[in-house]
Design a protein around this ligand. Sequence first.
Ligand code: NAD
Ligand code: MG
Length: 409
Amino acid sequence: MTASADSSAISGANTAQQSVTLLGSTGSIGNSTLDVLARHPDRYRVYALSAHTRINELFEQCKTYRPEVAVVGSEQSANQLHALCVQAGLKISVEFGPDALDAVASATDTDIVVAAIVGSAGLMSTLAAANTGKRVLLANKEALVMSGDLLLQAAKNSGALIMPVDSEHNAIFQSLPSTKNGVKTDGIEKILLTASGGPLRKCTLEELRVVSVQQALKHPNWSMGPKISIDSATLMNKGLEVIEACQLFAVGPDDIQVVVHPESIIHSMVSYADGSVIAQMGRPDMRTPIAHALSWPQRITSGVAPLNFMEISGLHFEEPDTQRFPLLRLAFEAQRSGGTAPAILNAANEVAVDAFLSGDVAFLQLSDVVEQTLNASKISPASDLSTIIGADKDARHKAREVVGAFAGR
Ligand code: NAD
Ligand code: MG
């Protein structure tokens, strides 16, 4: 097999101040990113921030980071934020809607775009950044799962650099050989994708049947937004990450082994033909991969303390259980099927997670919604954006029908 950390578009050791568009600034990744940026005002300034509905939070960020543009979800939210900015004497252009997100992602005034919107809502702005040659810090894994080929091709055409922020993919990137100009490097046996196992790792099937939203949201190691927290509890997050790794590192699903590692100290590993295994380790804090993706190939401080090995009582590893967590198996299967299957898987999962969070389906029905949607869908080649968006829309419709049946509607 081959894999590479493609460094073709890196701008080298340029330390001039760079301008950052942060999409999804009020989220968990958004806040961690702002924390890193604030440590390096000499290197980074904020060009644009975006939030969907949490306007007061965005206003506080505007006061601190003084972006030129702020983007929100609706006209009403824009009016609200605009009034707050005027009152505070802030000269910020307030925009709203998907076109405004695309505009700040592709603006000539920005060098770096942090794609940290959750779900398929982040697809178009991520594509806009990839189309316009930016350094794209990719947290939004759903965009890559839906349309990985198109996104990577867009980056290749424009010279954009896609830097993985997801901790596992950032770890894999760091554990792969450093290559020049995207040269593929042989001698890689396996990518070992680690998983914490989530908050329900030890639950029996009987216990999983009655798991509450609160239990499923309670991740043992990471503090994250609600969607990815539920995905971590079902192991769908790992499934999406298998697809993400296949795309980012040009490998197949059989080149990836998921290893449950409950301490989340090793963030992933690469195993080589000579018996070497290279791992990236650190505290479970997203500021580390964010700082790495911002500054690579240089290193900057992130606010994360180094690991103290004397404090670590042990590192444990086990196989994932796809009987109790079938979404991981379904993700592997979707990647093997290819075409629009990953987009269908992702759309059905987004609908299922919303339904679980609002109490319409039980925890074990999340995988039923996804499996039944996949079984009822036609898989086509994912050759263009309209096919992918069409598959996403159809899958959402089918998934809502399955949810409706479970909810007795
Ligand atoms: P979050 O729910 O905390 O934040 C989501 C952000 O997206 C918010 O700023 C919100 O305003 C914005 N948003 C939501 N819906 C939107 C819409 N329809 N249009 C525009 N903006 C919208 O999520 P998060 O945990 O920060 O995760 C963000 C992304 O990063 C996800 O794709 C997730 O899988 C990925 N990720 C997160 C972590 C983590 O530690 N949180 C780790 C790895 C990858
Ligand atoms: Mg991850």
